[in-house]
Structures are given as structure tokens and as C-alpha cells.
Design a protein around this ligand. Sequence first.
Ligand code: C5P
Length: 350
Amino acid sequence: MKCSLRVCILFLGLLIVFLTSVFFTYTLTGVTNAAYLENQAPEDVDRIKLVPSYLGIQKLTKGPASQRTCACSHCVGDPGVSQWFDEKFDQDILPLWTKTNMILEPTVYNWWVMLQPQFKPQDLKDILTKLFLIVPGENPYGSWNRSRCRRCAVVGNSGNLHQSHYGEDINAHEFVMRMNQAPTVGFEADVGSRTTHHFMYPESAKNLPANVSFVLVPFKTLDLLWITSALSTGKIRFTYAPVKQFLRVDKEKVQIYNPAFFKYIHDKWTEHHGRYPSTGMLALFFALHICDEVNVYGFGADSRGNWHHYWENNRYAGEFRKTGVHDADFEAKIINTLADIGKIKVFRGN
Ligand code: C5P
């Protein structure tokens, strides 16, 4: 009897110790998690999954609900829609050249300096450091965010915009991206009047209204020297053609296209068709990396098969296709595929 009482007491003691440890383990874990989550803004909770690379997202996310990367009905960033797209899309390469990625990898540098090989490369870091004293040199776009729906219109210069009446639709986007000459005055009904981003290289550059981001597409180090000069001393007036000595643009909004991103499009998307991608392709993929929904206007031939610009009367003009520098047909194929898988919507005009 004495012995079994001892056993009973021992058993009761062990039971109390066990239950107490279970209670504390459960309570403390709950408190720690709650405190962690409380200190996170709602969008930061989403971003936990968004920090790794694009393929990383796929590994971390489970089920369709957690794959959403934005609040639009279709999100460019959502993985799992197309294997073709997911294998090519690389979120780790920043579209902009900023203070944080000034040094180019040797393969990128060697490719970039051969785009216009007649110009001698110079000390990039020194030149960019001076440029970033005048323009911000920062990336303003952030990452995917489940509560955001950033709708972007990429407006090419095709004559298919003529009589399209897309103006109002284009204006309704948060970002409206245009390139090179792209006049709007007199063409508002077809191409809209708003512009938030204008992609140009030195030889195609024009003055822009305040609040428009000039996105400089650099082909050589001289282009970086030119933009620095055009926003300050005005020393440079000529590259391979006359360039604007002074440029009237919002300095705070000047952005520099990243050569690594340029090469990424050439390697992964246009797959070396053409010597390098057209300005329109550069703008389109820029949009695919910073927007949640991308609508495309003014690309390709018109309904009669002509490749002219919307402001030209000569419908037989088609510089974009004739130069041979870009592969217009292959670029059109990429645009069609992106539309087929629902990553973009294409408005084909007239
Ligand atoms: O002719 P430009 O290069 O200024 O036109 C801007 C962009 O619009 C081109 O780089 C090209 O991507 C697109 N475009 C097009 N079809 C046209 C004219 C231009 O796709 N007929």
C-alpha cells in the first residue's frame, strides 16, 4: 500500500510538470508570433514572401490565394500562369541604373561598350558618381505589393494609333510611357495627353514638361557625360549627330536605364534577334517589371501592314522595320505571346 502511494504521488508530480510545460510552450509561441506580426505593417507581411527572387516566390507560396502579387484582376507578377514567362522573367535585375548598382558585371560591360564601339569607354564609376550629384540615382518603384494595382500604358509610335480614339483610355492609367519623338499635341484623341515616363537616347531627346520622368537609354559612356552636361554646363553638342546642348526636364525625375536590364531583354526575351531590342521593347519590359497591369498601344503594323508613325502622312514609311537593327517581326511575336498568356493586353488600333 505504502509503495503504491509513492508511485501515485510520483505519477501525479510528473503529470503536473508535463502539463505545465505544454501550457508554457503553447502560450509563449503564440505571444512571440503575435508580437512579431503586430510589429509588421500589413504590406510587410505580404513582402516576407516577396523578398526572394521570382522563382523563390514560387517555392514559398502555396495555393492560388497566396500567389497574388497585386490587387488588380490579373497581376503581371503572379507566378504559375506560364512556364515560358516564369523561366525568362528575372526580378533580380533592376531596370534602373542607380547608386547601388553602378558597377557592371564584365559580361554586361563588354556587351554594352560594343553597342556603339566607335566611342571609347571611360571611367563609368566616376562619371555616374558625378551624374548622381545632379539626378537622384535611386529606384523609386518598390516591390510587388498585394494591396497595389498599378496600371500602366506603354504607348509605341505606330501608325495604327491613327483614328484609334484610345486617348481617354490611355490617360486613365497611373503610368503612361512614351518614347522618342511621340508628339501628343494635336493627337490627344488617339494617343492621350498624359505622360509619366518618356524613354529617349541623347540623339532623340527633347524637352519634357515638369513631372515627366525622362528615362535615358544610354548606349555609351558619352551619353552619361551628355546628360550631365545638358543639365549643367552645356559643353557637349555632338555625339554621332547633333544633340541638345541644354535639356529642359525635371532633374528630380531623370532616371537612367540599366545596361544589365538592356542585356537581359536582349538575352532572354528578344533572344539576340536584331542587334539590340527597340526602344519600345525596352519600355515594355521596364513596365512589366514595375507595373501590375500592362496595356500596350501603338505597336506593330497597321491594319494594312504598314509600319509608319502615327504623326506621319506617309503610310509607306517604316523606318523602325527598315533599319534592320531591330527584328520587328520577332518583337511582334513576343508581344503576341505575352498577350496570349494574359500578361499584357494589346490594343491594335487601325
Ligand atoms: O520609331 P520609334 O523607335 O521612335 O518608335 C518607338 C517604338 O514604337 C519602337 O521602338 C517600336 O518598338 C514601336 N513601333 C512599332 N511599330 C511601328 C513604329 C514603332 O512597334 N510602326
